[in-house]
Ligand binder design. Sequence first.
Ligand SMILES: O=C(O)[C@H](O)[C@@H](O)[C@H](O)[C@H](O)COP(=O)(O)O
Length: 234
Amino acid sequence: MSICEFKFSSREQMLNALYEHTLEILETGIKHNAQVSLFLSGGSTPGPLYKALAEAPLDWEKVAVALVDERWVAADHNASNEKLIGETLLAGTAQPIFTGMKNAADTATDGLTECENAYRALPEPYAVSLLGMGPDGHTASLFPYAEGLADALDTQNTCAAIYPTKSDVTGEYVERMSMTPSALLNSQRLILIITGDDKWDVYQQAKRAEDVQAMPVALFLQQDKTPIDVYWAP
Ligand SMILES: O=C(O)[C@H](O)[C@@H](O)[C@H](O)[C@H](O)COP(=O)(O)O
């Protein structure tokens, strides 16, 4: 298990450290490769990091940015992760090539082939994927016992349509597209960003979890293929 844990006394300190670390990873990546990919999650935590990265002095045209997951809503919908990236990372001086997940298909299942083709065209190496975690142990849109999760855990595809059971954690939007573990573990590095004591406890449980379908984040914590850094703040 190659986990490095970084605990901070404030979110501001955590976000500053995440900025420096993400930038260093990208700078190294584009020094040794024509292009790299950066994968970003949604949620309530990473917005300030994305806003800071929007002003980072980096050769952004060498960085392809794409989503770790998406709610199957219009790109201008308040629940859209594409909207979140548009209002943060893409709202500054940074002008990376962005690839969203949502397309014109009515459902995530119908949109899967087009999404998969778009993601297979993304440049390698996948320099880093930024992940969050829900209090239920989900990460990306890999929700516990969700419809489509078992297939997503097995496939070598990059993307999977996931339909979690609606809960306080999923919120309203339970039609999801997610990168698969196979694709995420193809990253050179994973960074998991968690906040609060409750999520720290969930994280500790996930490190020991025996049923990955019960806590999908466990899959990333109990593997030794891809280094994973865990960032925590109160
Ligand atoms: O689309 C999403 O909502 C995210 O990809 C999701 O996996 C998120 O990372 C976690 O739910 C943690 O979210 P917080 O940042 O709010 O803790």
